[in-house]
Design a binder for this molecule. Sequence first.
Ligand code: PEP
Ligand code: MG
Length: 756
Amino acid sequence: MGAIAAARTILTRLHEVMASRMHAQGKLDRVVEIIGENLDSEVCSIYLLREGMLELYATRGLNQEAVHVTRLAMGEGLTGTLAQNVETLNLAEAKAHPDFQYRPETGEEKFHSFAGVPIVYRERAVGALNVQHVDPRRYEDVEIEALQTTAMVLSELIANAGLIDEEEALGLAVTSDEPQVFDGLQLVKGLAAGRAVYHQPRVEITQVMAEDIEAERQRVYRAFDRMRDQIDNLANQAEFGVGGEHEEVLETYKMFAYDEGWSRRINEAIDSGLTAEAAIERVQQRTRMRMREIDDPLLADRMHDLEDLSNRLLRIVSGQLGTAATQGLRRDSILIARNLGPAELLEYDRRRLKGVILEEGSLTAHVVIVARAMGVPVLGRVRNLRGMVREGDELLLDADNGTATVRPSQSMADAFDARFAKTRERQALYAELRDVEPFTRCGTRIQVMMNAGLRDDMSTLPLVGADGVGLFRTEFQFLVSATLPQRDRQMRLYRDVLDAAGDKPVIFRTVDIGGDKAVPYLRELATGSDDNPAMGWRALRLALEREGLLKAQARALLEAAAGRVLYVMFPMVSEPWEFDAAKAVFDEQLGFLRQRKRVLPEAIHYGAMLEVPALAEVLDLVIPRLSFLSVGTNDLTQFLFAADRANPKLAERYDWLSPSILRFMRRIAQATVGQEVDLGVCGEMGGRRLEALALLGLGYRRLSITPVSVGPIKELIRKVDLAEITEAMTGWLASPPPNMRAALAEWADTRQIEYD
Ligand code: PEP
Ligand code: MG
C-alpha cells in the first residue's frame, strides 16, 4: 500500500476505534496494531507520562511483559529524548544515535529503524508514539505525518480517559521537570518573580477528529477569508506608508496568507478527518519539522512569520481571540512573547505585570524604552523560549544578571527571595528620603530631577520625591501611537503632565524621533532608512525640516502651559543656528496665540541638550541664548567613543568613568562658570552612584535621572563633601590613575559611601 493511502486508512480506522465503546487501554492496544500494520512496522509502541516517568502503555512487536514495566525518565533513551525535546525522530539506524539505550526486557535488539513523535498535551510532551522496523530505513514524510496526526488524536483520548494526571500534565504538581536557568540579554535591569503568561495564549485544541468534514472545511474557508482581510487592512492602513521594513513584513504575511500550498495542505488534513483546528496545527507541525532541518537564519525568520499567521488563523477559527492583556492578568505575571509593540505592552496592568521575557528584542526597541519607563525588567534574545517555558510556570527573572529560572527549586527560590528582599529593604530606605532635600555634607543643595515620558510616569514624581522632571521625552507618545499624535492629543498629554507636576518644573524635550526611534507612520522615518541611525536624520534635524511637526508640538506645549512656566529643550543641537531656528518656530506660534488673545505661558525658558560633541566647541556662542543646558551623556558618549550605544557588543567596552569623558564633561562645566545658564546632566550616567560622584566633583549641580535612582543618589549626595571630591577629581584628571573607577570606589569606601 502506498504511504498516502496508508495514512488515510490509519485515520479512518482511528475514527472507528475512538468512536467505539472500548475502554482506554483497549483503544491504545488497537491503535498500536493499526499503526504497525499500516506503516508496515513490526513494532509500534505508546509511552505515557506517569509519575514523572514515560511508561510503556501499549506495544505491538515488543515483549508484552514489558508493558507497564519499562519506564524511562525524560531525556532517557530515544523515547525520553524526543519527549523532552518535543521533537520528531526519524532514524534509519537507531543504535547510531548518541541517546540510544537498550532495554533488554523489550526485546528490541533486532530492530534497526526507529521513528517517534511526542504526544503533546497543552504544549507539553506527555508521551511518545514510536515505530520500529527490522530493516534500516527512514520513514517517509507522509508516514511521519500519519504518526503525528495519530499522536494528536491520542492526546485527546488520553486527556478524556484520564490516562494522565491533569495536574502533572500542566506541570503544576511536582514532576520530573528540572528547574532550568537560561540566559538572555539584559534589556531593562531589575528582578521579578511571577507566573509565565503568554502574550498570545495558545489555542487549546479540544477536538481533533471531525464530525462533519464539510462543516470543518467551511470553517477554515471563512477563517482564511477573515485572516486575509485583516492582513490586507493592515497593509492598506495609510499610516504604514510605503517602503521600509514594515512593508516587507506585511508583504511576507500577505504572501503566506494567500499561499495556495498552505491552504491546500490544511484542506487535505481536513479531508483525512481532522477538525479545522487540528488540521491547522498538523500542517504547522509539519512545517516546523521541515524548517528545523534547514539551518538558515533568514528562513527561520520567515518561519516565525508563518507561525504567527498560523496562530492567527487558529485564533480566528476557534474564536479564541485577544491577548493576555485583554483577558486581564490575574496574578503577578511575567509576560512571554516573541516580540511586542510598545502599545501592546501598555495595555497590561502595571500592578501585576512584573517582568517581560522576549525571544527577540534589542536595547533600542520601542517596547524596551517603554518598559524601562514603566520600571518593568526585560530579558531579551532568549533562544527557544517557548520551548522551555509553559503557561503558568513559575519564573524568577534576574535581568541584572541576564538570566531567568523556570520552575525553580525551593533553594533557588529562597536565594532569589533573599536578594529580592534586600533590594526591597533598600528601596524602603530610599523611600524614607522622599521628603528629604538633598543637601551635601557641606550644605549645597543639589537638584535631583527625574526622567519621564509617559503620563503614568508622573505618579512616581511624588513617590520618589524628585525636584521635578528634568527630561520629559515627548517622543514616547509618538512611539506608542499607531498614527501621528494630533496637536490636541499632544496638548492634553502636556497639560496632564503639568497638572501632575504641580509646582515642580517639567522640562519638555521636543521630539527626538528618527534614526533608531523610528515611527511606522511617517514614511521617511521607517526603520532602515538611515545607515547610521544615531548619527542620522533625527531629532531637531528632522523637526526643522518637517516644520509642521515642530509647529504642532510648539503650539501644543504653549497652549498646555497657559498661565504657567514652560521649559522647552531641544535635542541634538549641533550648531547654534539650529537652536535659533527651533526657537523661532516657538516664537511664531507664540505670536499667533498672542494675536488671538489666548492665555500665554507665564514664562518660557529655552534650553538645549549637549549631546553632539561639536556643540562643546561653541559654547561661548550658544550659552548666551540659553536659560539652561543639559548634557545628554547617552548620546554624547557614543559620539565621543564612536561606539553605538545600541550595540550590545560595545555595551561594556568603554567606561563613563574614563578620563576622556570626564575631562570632556569638566570642560563643559567650566565653560558655564560665571554664565547665566543652568547646567545639568540628563543621561543615564547621572543615575549611577560613582558616576554621579564624579559629576559632582566636576561641578554639576543638577542631575535628571531614572526614577528608581532618585533615592540612591539622594543618599549619596548627603554623604559628599564637594570640596573634597572636587579636589580628588582635579588630581585624577591631571594625572589619571590606571583605573578611574577603582580610584573613585576606593575614595567612596573610605568615606562609607555606598555605590552600585
Ligand atoms: C541622552 O542622549 O543622554 C539623552 C538623555 O537622550 P536620549 O537617551 O533620549 O537619547
Ligand atoms: Mg539623546
